[in-house]
Design a protein around this ligand. Structure first.
Ligand SMILES: [Zn+2]
Length: 470
């Protein structure tokens, strides 16, 4: 779209958002939901009808707290925001984006104030959209437990005397070979190509167009193997969750994902905990060698496995490794809360961002493109969204630890290419419940414990001790 076309698009999008809001807050809908909420159908909140009623009622009440004018204004601000973000990012000039971002935060403050329940902070009210019932204070507690371990481990890694050879990953590999390999990997972990597709794009994602139409998209870089392969495993993990939701409840709470944290736990589990594990590669190495040919011919499996688990502080979140990734998220979590509570002004954001990278990751972005302008989220009004990425990592480790107790010797299964016992367990514990249980309840039911940072810390310490010979 030409840059001048944006305002008209913003008009159209905000009109649609307003119309949808009016339909969703129709008083008749409220009356029907009241009747249903008082009926015996709602007695068991974990039953299909009970969960449907309670979730739709909750969404209805939330929508009614906002005016159509506010919804339209927010929608317009985010369309404009994304356009300004793109220009500012291209020009590496934050001032082109600043007024739009200030407007987004102003509107979000108003929305949050209207949505907040008596026991919720404004941030909680926004978080609720992505992670129902989560509390910023509880997330902060888990992040505070996690952070010192990450800082310490990443320092040990920097000091390690026998790091893996990360240049292996920059070897040239034809895109077509990478596509073959990625498709095979997605198939192997159970992605159903009769009910989904794998295609190429600029920014990888997974989207569902219908109950049997899940699209995963990835990108291949000729001189950076992990982008395509692990990008595909990540999106295929999201896809496995979508394909595991019950089709007969498609579009309704029992057939919808529980929360973004749970969704991300599925992608991270397959990408990192399975896809970067040694047993996975014991199975997948011969096929990789035959597909990638010369690129990896001189390497041992062990050398290759170490290289795909390289860790190094970096500026760009989406390219970060398992150890440093969560430090990126904690920075955004802190900054967006400060912005929302007016403790930090948008004017000071680029410096605040760079200062945090310097203190937390010992690396200062040379430009706003590698700094505050790298992620699209805030320009799209996604505030309260970032913590769900780290929640995903934490949940993934906790789930896998429980699966190891309940499913048997997963490593032995992966070594011979058997991934269905783990997938079946995830289907039974997580996928088939949709929104019949909250994220917290699902974690508790599957693992017997509340969310904790311990399994992720344990996983990272064990794995990186071996990769870096610490
Ligand atoms: Zn994801």
């Amino acid at each position: 779209m030409p840059i001048e076309g944006g305002n008209f698009r913003a008009d159209q999008v905000s009109l649609l958002a307003g119309t949808i809001h009016q339909r969703c807050t129709d008083p008749r809908l409220g009356e029907w939901l009241e009747v249903l909420a008082d009926s015996s159908l709602a007695d068991d909140p974990h039953s299909d009808p009970g969960a449907t009623i309670s979730r739709l009622h909750r969404d209805y009440k939330r929508a009614c707290r906002l005016t159509t004018e506010l919804v339209e204004a927010m929608s317009r601000a985010t369309v404009i925001g994304q356009q300004r973000w793109e220009v500012a990012r291209h020009d590496q000039n934050f001032s082109h984006f600043k007024p739009a971002l200030a407007e987004i935060f102003r509107l979000k403050r108003e929305i949050a104030s209207r949505l907040a329940e008596p026991d919720q902070s404004r941030y909680d009210a926004l978080l609720d959209e992505y992670e129902p019932n989560a509390k910023a204070s509880e997330i902060r507690q888990v992040f505070n437990d996690l952070r010192p371990h990450l800082v310490q481990l990443s320092q040990q890694i920097l000091d390690a005397r026998h790091p893996p050879n990360e240049r292996i990953l920059q070897r040239k590999a034809a895109k077509e070979s990478q596509r073959k390999l990625s498709e095979l990997a997605a198939q192997r972990i159970g992605f159903d190509f009769q009910r989904g597709r794998l295609d190429q794009t600029t920014h990888p994602f997974c989207t569902t167009l219908g109950p049997s139409d899940c699209r995963i998209l990835t990108r291949y870089q000729e001189k950076w193997l992990p982008a395509g392969l692990f990008g595909t495993l990540h999106e295929a993990g999201h896809g496995l969750y979508e394909q595991g939701l019950r089709q007969d409840w498609y579009g309704l709470p029992p057939g919808s994902y529980a929360s973004l944290g749970i969704h991300e736990s599925q992608s991270r589990l397959w990408e990192n905990l399975v896809g970067r594990s040694y047993p996975f590669w014991q199975h997948f190495w011969p096929e990789t060698r035959s597909i990638l040919g010369k690129t990896v011919q001189d390497l041992s499996l062990y050398e290759f496995w170490r290289s795909i688990n390289t860790s190094r502080p970096s500026l760009i979140r989406v390219e970060a490794d398992e150890v440093t990734y969560n430090l990126h998220i904690i920075i955004r979590f802190d900054l967006e809360q400060a912005l929302l509570e007016n403790e930090l002004s948008v004017d000071d954001l680029p410096d605040a961002w760079a200062d945090r990278y310097e203190s937390d990751l010992q690396i200062r972005p040379p430009s706003v493109r590698e700094g505050v302008l790298q992620d699209v989220h805030w320009s799209a009004g996604l505030i309260g969204y970032f913590p769900t990425y780290t929640l995903g990592n934490l949940i993934a480790s906790q789930l896998l630890t429980a699966a190891r107790d309940q499913v048997g010797d997963l490593d032995a299964q992966w070594r011979v290419g058997e991934f269905s016992p783990l997938l079946d367990w995830l289907r039974a514990q997580i996928h088939r419940h949709g929104q019949c249980y909250s994220a917290d309840e699902l974690i508790h039911k599957a693992t017997g414990k509340p969310l904790s940072s311990a399994p992720l810390v344990q996983h990272l310490r064990t794995k990186y001790a071996e990769v870096y010979r610490l």
